[in-house]
Design a protein around this ligand. Structure first.
Ligand code: NMX
Ligand code: MLT
Length: 426
């Protein structure tokens, strides 16, 4: 199948290149955005300076993948969403099957990766283990081999595609190994190629799942986190590294390091930790007043409420809505999930009253942990690895397309404080 996706891309690329060339040539000097000083000091927030066709994030719509709002994709498999991210089309049944078979063929993890992981202390953070495991496989890179062999720039997307698919095919085994080793869950569970990517992952994690609901959650989880345009910290890191013509191993590892920060992907771990701390501090299932007081105290002491706020969104993140729906359907009476609902009722008001956060609404990280916790994955230090496994789909689609478009080295201009002072005085 991957041949089919690859064929599709091969057909699309000349047209995409021509379109970009014509746009840049015809309108090269047209002003697309203006930069104000606040943005320079404010983390470049909102500056339109990147092209990303895999997905877009509207401040009042949330994630849209190739024109399809994420809430219309929640019953899809992550493999289908990957095809959509990369080619702009959902696969038909045969294409999907071929893609899944292709992933299975690529699934063998080099044995030295287990040695590398086994050499790490067991209490190494799972995100370090994931990033290290991916870096350790760099010697497998087809991109590096072919670049060293002189492959021309216009063909570099092909080995990028090969590397990306190899990583997608292997990363679930690696992540499951990390989970089982870090938290004393016993030996590795071998992959089952008869299952889809997410169900296979759920099985390898070894979480008890008699009725298949955890596998269903994994499918949803891996769809919802798959991409969020290219300005977010991890995808941007991935693009920058890949733009130097580093391969996918370097690029993903670097991107995962960016994802591992508490303002980004680690917020899912922090959010669950916050729920448990609140429950422990209060000593019983908290009342609304107790939740309000606890959260207000957090804000008063200068802390952030993890899972709330966003650099782009100004609405409830539809990915949160999808998790909330899943929770209401499957675990409505769960105590931790109830706290997620209570916080949703209470925190936006507190944030609005505080008047600092531009977006007082929940993001993707506010509910996901409570669902995992319910199904027995209580080790919240692992949650960002799940985010990373999913986001590797988006990283892959983005850097394959970037090489297909022969995107240049990313190198914006910095200025000194002295230069800024001169500008504002003139
Ligand atoms: N709780 C308390 N304060 C907040 C929150 C929050 N949830 N969100 C924003 N603020 C504060 C922020 O710290 C800043 O304060 P100060 O002026 O003292 O530095 C002020 O509000 C303005 O920040 P914004 O411009 O609204 O947000 P920004 O675009 O800078 O940052 C986040 C976006 C997501 C980093 C921020 O909302 C945040 O820290 N949220 C909590 C962490 C989180 O959930 N991150 C996950 C994001 C999604 N993901 O998975 O990556
Ligand atoms: C993401 O999914 O990457 C986060 O919501 C962060 C972002 O978009 O900035």
């Amino acid at each position: 199948m991957s041949k089919t996706i690859k064929n599709k891309l091969t057909e699309q690329i000349p047209g995409l290149r021509e379109e970009a060339r014509t746009l840049a040539k015809t309108y090269g000097s047209k002003v697309m955005d203006q930069v104000v000083l606040e943005q320079i000091y404010g983390g470049m927030r909102g500056i339109k300076s990147l092209v990303c066709d895999t997905s877009s994030v509207g401040l009042d719509t949330g994630l849209i993948i190739r024109g399809i709002p994420i809430l219309e994709l929640t019953d899809r498999l992550p493999e289908e969403v990957f095809c959509l991210l990369l080619t702009g089309e959902l696969p038909d049944e045969a294409t999907l099957k071929e893609f899944q078979d292709d992933l299975n063929k690529r699934a063998e993890v080099p044995s030295y990766v287990w040695d590398v992981l086994n050499a790490l202390p067991k209490d190494t953070h799972p995100m370090i283990a994931l990033s290290t495991a991916i870096m350790s496989m760099e010697k497998e890179s087809e991109f590096r081999k072919q670049y060293d062999g002189g492959l021309s720039k216009d063909k570099l997307w092909e080995p990028m595609y090969e590397d990306s698919l190899n990583i997608i095919a292997r990363v679930t085994q690696i992540a499951a190994f990390i989970y089982r080793r870090s938290f004393g869950k016993g030996d590795m569970i071998p992959p089952d190629p008869s299952l889809d990517w997410a169900a296979n992952f759920a099985k390898m994690l070894g979480v008890k799942d008699e009725d298949g609901t955890f596998a269903k959650l994994m499918r949803l989880y891996l769809v919802l986190h798959s991409d969020h345009e290219s300005g977010n910290a991890s995808a941007f890191t991935c693009q920058v590294v890949s733009s130097t013509l580093s391969d996918a191993y370097y690029s993903f590892s670097a991107a995962l390091n960016a994802l591992a920060g508490p303002l980004h992907g680690l917020a899912n771990q922090e959010c669950l930790r916050f729920l448990l701390n609140m429950r422990n501090a209060i000593g019983h299932q908290p009342s609304d007043d107790e939740v309000r007081e606890y959260c207000q105290n957090l804000l008063d002491t200068g802390k952030v409420v993890s899972g709330y706020g966003h650099a782009v969104l100004r609405i409830t993140d539809p990915r949160f809505t999808a998790f909330l729906k899943f929770g209401k359907e499957h675990i409505a009476d769960d105590e931790t999930f109830r706290m997620v609902e209570q916080i949703f009722e209470i925190v936006p008001d507190l944030l609005m009253k505080q008047g600092k956060a531009k977006d007082p609404w929940p993001n993707v990280d506010a509910a996901s942990g409570s669902l995992l916790y319910h199904y027995g994955m209580t080790e919240y230090q692992f949650y960002t690895v799940l985010f990373g496994v999913s986001r590797i789909l988006g990283f892959s689609a983005q850097i394959i397309l970037a090489r297909a478009m022969q995107s240049p080295l990313i190198r914006p201009k910095s200025v000194t404080t002295g230069w800024i002072k001169k500008q504002v005085q003139s």
